[in-house]
Design a protein around this ligand. Structure first.
Ligand SMILES: [Zn+2]
Ligand SMILES: [Zn+2]
Length: 173
């Protein structure tokens, strides 16, 4: 659970939320809960949704496209909120020797570095031939392929949680 902020475009016919450089429109309203859908839903079948209630935002699924960078104009109000991200919390274990990334109960070992891009390979690659990989560049993570095994539940005690932007996900759950 982290603090963050969103932009709310109220007072118009179609209220919008801008978060992480993507925009969302209302999908359904149920009591105090509002479900928002990514505006790219019809274009790229993006499954990213937000559920808001009070000052809490639950983030579900990842965008399957690059940020749309919508324009934040004077019609938007900034609001600080509590953000629950599922399942995109990433842990980074830094260090020269064995840096790794823990994402969704699996860990990824540094594979290759070129330019500002780093590729990471699932720890089970040698064992199960798992093809799941990550590419990181700056604050963006790209997920390539699903795991072919049960989660390994690595130890996150030495890891630092980070909020990185996950741009592509092949997760089926
Ligand atoms: Zn999206
Ligand atoms: Zn794997």
């Amino acid at each position: 659970m982290v603090w963050g902020y969103i932009f709310i475009g109220a007072g118009t016919k179609n209220p919008k939320i801008i978060m992480d450089n993507n925009d969302f429109t209302i999908n359904t309203k149920q009591g105090t809960r509002t479900r928002w859908r990514c505006t790219q839903y019809f274009k790229t079948k993006c499954k990213a949704t937000l559920v808001t209630y009070g000052r809490v935002v639950n983030v579900k699924s990842c965008h399957n496209h690059l940020p749309t960078n919508p324009n934040v104009n004077e019609n938007y109000l900034i609001q600080s909120v509590t953000i629950n991200r599922t399942p995109s919390l990433i842990y980074v274990v830094a260090g020269k020797k064995n840096p790794k990334i823990i994402l969704e109960d699996n860990d990824f070992i540094l594979n290759n570095k070129y330019g500002n891009k780093t590729t990471w390979r699932c720890r089970c690659y040698g064992k199960t031939g798992c093809k799941s990989r990550l590419t990181t560049s700056g604050k963006t993570v790209k997920i390539i392929a699903d795991h072919n095994h049960d989660p390994t539940y690595p130890d996150t005690s030495a890891a630092v949680p980070q909020t990185l932007r996950i741009v592509k996900s092949y997760l089926t759950s």
